[in-house]
Design a protein around this ligand. Sequence first.
Ligand code: EPZ
Length: 430
Amino acid sequence: MEQFIMKGGNPLVGEVTIGGAKNAALGILAASIMTDEDVLIENLPDVRDINVLLEAIQEIGASVDRIDRHTVKINASDIHEVSVDDEYIRRIRASYYFIGALLGKYKSAQVPLPGGCNIGSRPIDLHIKGFRALGAKVEIERGAVLAHAIDLVGSHIYLDKVSVGATINIMMAAALAEGQTIIENVAKEPHVVDVANFLNSMGANIKGAGTDIIRIKGVRKLHGTEYSIIPDQIEAGTFMCAAAATRGDITVRNVIPKHLEAISAKLLEIGCEVVEFDDAVRVVGKPKQRHTNINTLPYPGFPTDMQPQMTVTLALAEGTSIVTESIFENRFKYVDELARMGGSIKVEGNVAIIGGVDGFTGAQVNAPDLRAGAALVIAGLAAEGFTVVDEIGYIQRGYEHFEEKLRGLGAQIEKVDSDKEAQKFRLKIG
Ligand code: EPZ
């Protein structure tokens, strides 16, 4: 099983270029099958979840031409299947986007229910509520979602909870429904806006993405487009926290600073220096960083996908910090792993009470999910001695060349897949 092995204690210093946003790309790739014309997508992150989705798109009959690691041309005119294969798609959560895309274009879809994952149960009841409001018959049978409509007709939908996935999924189906759809209490994340902009570049008529209400006027067909995906807010935030936790000095390039405001604000609160440029943000960690409190919220609040990385940073600050995870019900599993490195964190329900410590010591830890895995790598790079992070497949789902980018900042880290290789690294680094 591949692992990351690292020797911590060096401040990370330098510049890192941020890739395309995974959570925008997943929605955009699904939406790309809603036209029979060519779609060219650039600034695609080369990560596992994206590659799995591209395999599934090919599997149902679309042509997928990977021009380079970050560019793909898709043509869905030959799709012969509205039932998405179990094998590929069960592995990623964003499989549910096929329902909105296929239902919108073909008025029919059969997609395996996405598994839960290690951060919570992750139901899709709001997605289904939206599809039914548009006139679709939706059943759950044998672990799959079966959706079918004679016609999709615009509707007024109120989402009981702010949901990124439900917002994007309903937006896709409504783009090709008859008449107007209004969706209230929608998610406003940058990646939701990016999917709306992508659909509009295909001829959809979607207004209000990024606000609390999205208004969609259904169109008959969507046409081809060329589109470049926005930078990944969470990859950028992860490196910003790496600068703070290792007391380093990192400039993240190719970002939209506005998307990072909640993260920058918290790093400023704990005493880091944060400097914004047009398309870059520089974070300078300080020897003594203060405690603060975090409450994860839908955008523009502090992103839940940055909660583990910020908790690691606060675990190395002075004083007691409180982190409240308001989005998912089980997103502190990594705290037990952090305790093995000397972290002093008590979890009570969805609240973590963090007692700052002077430093971590290296240990063997397991990544329980994607963002917690990245946070444990940050902890290992801040720790004294060697750390091994196991289950790095989670990390590779959402971070492109993570260890290479970290090495570019001075980290002593390697990907190994045997004890022998790990031993070689220890002897080499000494
Ligand atoms: C997206 O998940 C992201 N994944 C997640 O990122 C991110 O944490 C999450 O949005 C919140 O920002 C992708 O975009 C592929 P939600 P999603 O629907 O859409 C509840 C990462 O690390 N809910 O906004 O599944 C849900 O249980 C991943 O990149 C319902 O109750 O999240 C949660 O408590 C992890 N019913 C809350 O809403 C529904 O029908 C927010 O979930 C849908 C969601």
